[in-house]
Design a protein around this ligand. Structure first.
Ligand code: NAD
Length: 299
């Protein structure tokens, strides 16, 4: 069934996601603070709203795709009173678990319904409608959002109650950040031991070292031709976004008294790396800083 969707945040991810909702036959009222982002979405069939408040007034569902928790909470404070009672608020941004739960509570207190539904799959997945959605909230809210999420993605997983989608997202990305560092350290150690990249790849990809960081996003050029290492580390998944997600995981670990020693160290390493390269490099480029840090002695 077609819905009226307010879509706020039409950046790298939100723009193509909103476009895919239009393609699926939904009426999408879009808003972004950046006029160029809004104009690009309008070209793709999104109807421009002069403000977020105007966008949500007639919406069945409000989708947000914003940089961080403070943006989501700030926007909710602005728009919750403008929506019709019972409107479903679906936040697809990657934000702190605690902020997601606060957003959920504020929405419910204002007479709305809410779901957190962060994504993985990057801009390529947003454009191709192949994202994975990790949802947190009630069964009924999930069931209602599901057709919309399926129009923007390939896999939709209900992870539990409010905040569970964000929890799944940061736990998964903590595995990814730590494993990318482990794979990179192994390649650099192998280099110093005279082992070719291909030889290590051929062994580890079919042995117990196998993981996505190795077999899909391989941090050295050669073994996996499509990995960002083969195009001078152009993203892919930007280092700055990995640093952000590991920071959220470290915050959640502190808040819950969890000793995620490797996750914490990965957050530090990615924060330092992202400070140098920002969004310009794929997160697998961290292999170069690992290589540069060592002395390279083969004695
Ligand atoms: P982006 O900066 O390209 O887009 C965010 C947009 O939100 C911007 O266009 C900005 O102008 C707009 N915005 C901010 N505050 C607003 C407000 N109050 N009202 C209206 N518009 C507002 O970021 P992105 O890459 O699209 O990422 C969005 C979210 O998705 C982030 O939380 C990010 O962590 C997450 N994410 C990104 C990727 C990726 O590969 N880019 C992958 C997975 C998850």
């Amino acid at each position: 069934m077609s819905a009226v969707v307010a879509f706020v945040g039409l950046g790298h991810m939100g723009g193509p996601m909103a476009t895919n909702l239009v393609k699926a036959g939904h009426r999408v009222l879009g808003h972004d603070l950046v006029p160029d982002a809004l104009a690009a979405a309008v070209t793709a069939g999104v109807e421009a709203a002069a403000s977020a408040t105007e966008a949500v007034a007639d919406a069945d569902v409000v989708v947000t795709m914003l940089p961080a928790g403070r943006h989501v909470l700030g926007l909710y404070d602005e728009i919750l009173a403008a929506a019709r009672p019972g409107t479903l608020f679906v936040d697809c941004s990657t934000i702190d678990v605690a902020d997601a739960r606060t957003a959920h509570k504020r929405a419910v207190t204002a007479g709305m319904r809410a779901l957190d539904a962060p994504v993985s799959g990057g801009v390529v997945g947003a454009e191709a409608a192949t994202l994975t959605f990790m949802a947190g909230g009630g069964e009924a809210e999930f069931a209602e959002a599901r057709p919309l999420l399926e129009a923007m993605g390939r896999r939709v997983v209900h992870c539990g109650g409010p905040g569970a989608g964000q929890a799944a997202k940061i736990c998964n990305n903590m595995i990814l950040g730590v494993s990318m560092i482990a794979v990179s350290e192994a390649f650099v150690l192998g280099e110093r031991l005279g082992l070719s990249h291909q030889a290590l790849y051929d062994v580890a990809s079919a042995a117990s070292g196998q993981c996505w960081a190795l077999t899909v996003n391989c941090p050295v050029p050669g073994p996996v031709p499509a990995s960002p290492a083969n195009r001078d580390y152009r993203p892919g998944f930007a280092a700055a976004l990995m640093a952000k997600d590991l920071g959220l995981a470290a915050d959640a670990a502190r808040a819950t008294g969890t000793d995620t020693e490797l996750g914490r160290r990965a957050a530090e390493l990615y924060a330092a790396y992202a400070e140098q390269v920002g969004a310009a490099e794929d997160f697998s480029g961290i292999v170069r800083t690992i290589r540069d840090r060592g002395e390279g002695s083969t004695a």
